[in-house]
Every structure is written in structure tokens, then in C-alpha cells.
Design a binder for this molecule. Structure first.
Ligand code: UDP
Ligand code: MG
Length: 308
């Protein structure tokens, strides 16, 4: 059976549509399936819509979070509650075309264990958004050592892979990269990002910046090494300036006074503060991990036609 995990945050208008569109495509392809909707603490009627869908359609399972925990947590809750032999993750807004699920499922039947959906085109985005996403994926690609520039959360995984992912103890999991990191026999299918028909994107620029910082810190220690590198460069700079000042002193010239001092204080001061900030980000992530809080809290579940 194929389980499709669908994180949903304020998607009241999309639940019915996603259920029927995905359902009819999978039924036509004769693929046994279940849809696992994870309501990530929506503030609209998403949960009521999921309950409705579950009452009407035995394929639908719903999980209700006690509050908004974020898409990554919703994905992991869906994976933990899915019972299929292979499990796909798909957005609720139909930007990931459900037809591709059939293609992915056929590849899984051929023996592939991870089938990544890669974006053929990125859909409509502003130039600034494209540029910053490009930079983010460059950093992430070098950290994970896999090209991530076209990666998405749309993928299908074998049960084995999902079990491996669920065993990971880290709270701050970046699903998109972890599914490559675990390895296994993988392949990819291309898809075109569709336009969102209802509702709006949940990502503000600020939330994207936070997301980028969190995932870079979660996967890479390069920023910490940059602190050391900056220290090295400053030391070199200091030695040169020191020698120059001494030579000038012995030759009887005075070093130009305040400008040098002010510049040095400013440069060193800001470098130290940035360095402390970078170390601070890592410490806060370590703090979050050692608290070992659950990734999410489920307050309600609905399965097929019965509530539990
Ligand atoms: N989503 C979620 N929790 C959040 C934000 C988003 O579960 O806090 C879900 C959302 O319902 C959708 C998917 O993640 O199914 C992708 O969100 P969105 O379409 O807003 O992102 P975009 O397509 O613009 O990257
Ligand atoms: Mg979307």
C-alpha cells in the first residue's frame, strides 16, 4: 500500500480537492493507498475539513497537532503514523502534481528505495527569492555533498528508509536533505511546480531566512570554521601592521594616529561580535537538542470512518 503524507497548515480550501484529485488518480492507476493529512495547528477550518473527508472516504487518516510545529514536524508525524509499504510526501496545495505519484510508485515497484521529486522549473518566484534560494542550496549542497538546487519535499520512500529516518534522534531534522543523507538505492523523477490555486504560500521572507539559518547550522559546521579563518586573517593583518609600526617607530616617524586605531577597533569589534553570534546560534541549537522535547504533540487523530 502507498501512504501519502500531506502536511496541511491553513489549507481549508484544498483538503477536499486534494483528497478527490489524488484519490481518483491513484484509483485509476489501481494503486492501493491511504492519505495521511497532518493538520499543523491550522487557525482555519482545516481540521473540520479533514474530519469531513475522513468520514466520507475510508482512505483518509487525519492527525491534529496541538499547535503549529512547522512543516518538518508535520512530515515526521505523518511518516510515523503511515502504515504503507512505501510512503510519499506531498504538499497539500497540489503544487506537487499527484500524477507524478504514479510514476514514483512504478519506480518503487522496480526496486528503487528513494524516489526524489526534482523540480524541472521552480514556478513563479521573484528574482531576490531565486537568488537567495540559490545561495542557500549552494551551501546546503556542499554540506550534504549532493546537488540540492532542484530538491523538493516531494518524494516517495520505501518503508526501510522511513524507519531509518524515524530512528534519527535529532529534533531539528531537515527532511529534504536527510532523505538523501540516509543513502539507499535512489533515483529521481522531474516534475513541474504547479501554481497554487487556493490559499497562499505560508513562507514570509523572514521565515525563509530563519529556515535557511536553522538548516545550515543543522547540517554544516562551516560557519564555525569561518570564525577560525577570520581569526587567522586578522592575525596576519596584525603581524604586518605591527612590523610596519615598529619600523616606523625605529625610523623616528610616528604612526598615523587615530584613523588606524578607530579602524582597528571597528574591524576587530565587529568580527568578534559576528563570531560570538555564530557560536551563539550553534549553542542555542545544542540547547534545543539536549532538552529533547518531542518534535510535535498530537491532540487528536481520525482514521477512516472512526475517530480515536
Ligand atoms: N505547511 C505546514 N506547516 C507550516 C507551513 C506550511 O504544514 O507551518 C504545509 C502547507 O500546508 C503545504 C506545504 O507545507 O502543504 C507547503 O507550504 P506552502 O505551499 O505554503 O509553501 P511553498 O509551496 O510556497 O513553498
Ligand atoms: Mg506550495
Amino acid at each position: 500500500m502507498l501512504s501519502v503524507v500531506i502536511p496541511a497548515y491553513n489549507e481549508e480550501k484544498m483538503i477536499q480537492k486534494t483528497t478527490s484529485v489524488t484519490g481518483s488518480i491513484l484509483q485509476k492507476a489501481k494503486i492501493p493507498y491511504e492519505l495521511v493529512f497532518v493538520n499543523d495547528g491550522s487557525r482555519d477550518h482545516t481540521w473540520a475539513e479533514i474530519e469531513n473527508a475522513a468520514k466520507k472516504d475510508g482512505h483518509v487518516t487525519g492527525i491534529h497537532f496541538s499547535r503549529n510545529f512547522g512543516k518538518e514536524s508535520a512530515i515526521f508525524a505523518g511518516l510515523a503514523n503511515a502504515s504503507g509499504d512505501c510512503i510519499a510526501v506531498m504538499d497539500c496545495d497540489l503544487q506537487h502534481p499527484p500524477e507524478t505519484l504514479v510514476e514514483m510508485y512504478r519506480l518503487w515497484e522496480q526496486g528503487y528505495e528513494v524516489i526524489e521529486g526534482v523540480k524541472r522549473s521552480r514556478g513563479k518566484e521573484s528574482a531576490l527569492h531565486k537568488a537567495s534560494a540559490g545561495l542557500f542550496y549552494k551551501i546546503m549542497s556542499s554540506a550534504v555533498k549532493i546537488d540540492m538546487s532542484r530538491a523538493s519535499d516531494f518524494k516517495l520512500m520505501d518503508r526501510k528508509v522511513v524507519d531509518a529516518l524515524l530512528e534519527m534522534p535529532e529534533r531539528n531534522a531537515f527532511f529534504r536533505a536527510l532523505s538523501s543523507w540516509v543513502g539507499f538505492c535512489s533515483t529521481s523523477v522531474e516534475f513541474d511546480v504547479q501554481e497554487r490555486t487556493e490559499g497562499e504560500s505560508k513562507w514570509s521572507t523572514w521565515s525563509l531566512v530563519k529556515y535557511a539559518v536553522r538548516n545550515i547550522v543543522g547540517f554544516s559546521t562551516v560557519p564555525l570554521q569561518m570564525v577560525t579563518l577570520a581569526g587567522g586573517v586578522m592575525l596576519l593583518f596584525g603581524i604586518i601592521l605591527g612590523i610596519q609600526s615598529l619600523i616606523k617607530y625605529f625610523l623616528g616617524h610616528a604612526v598615523e594616529g587615530f584613523t588606524t586605531v578607530i579602524l582597528l577597533i571597528l574591524i576587530i569589534g565587529s568580527l568578534i561580535m559576528i563570531s560570538l553570534g555564530i557560536i551563539g546560534i550553534y549553542i542555542s541549537k545544542i540547547y534545543e537538542e539536549v532538552k529533547n522535547r518531542p518534535r510535535y504533540i498530537i491532540s487528536k487523530k481520525i482514521h477512516g470512518k472512526k475517530e480515536c
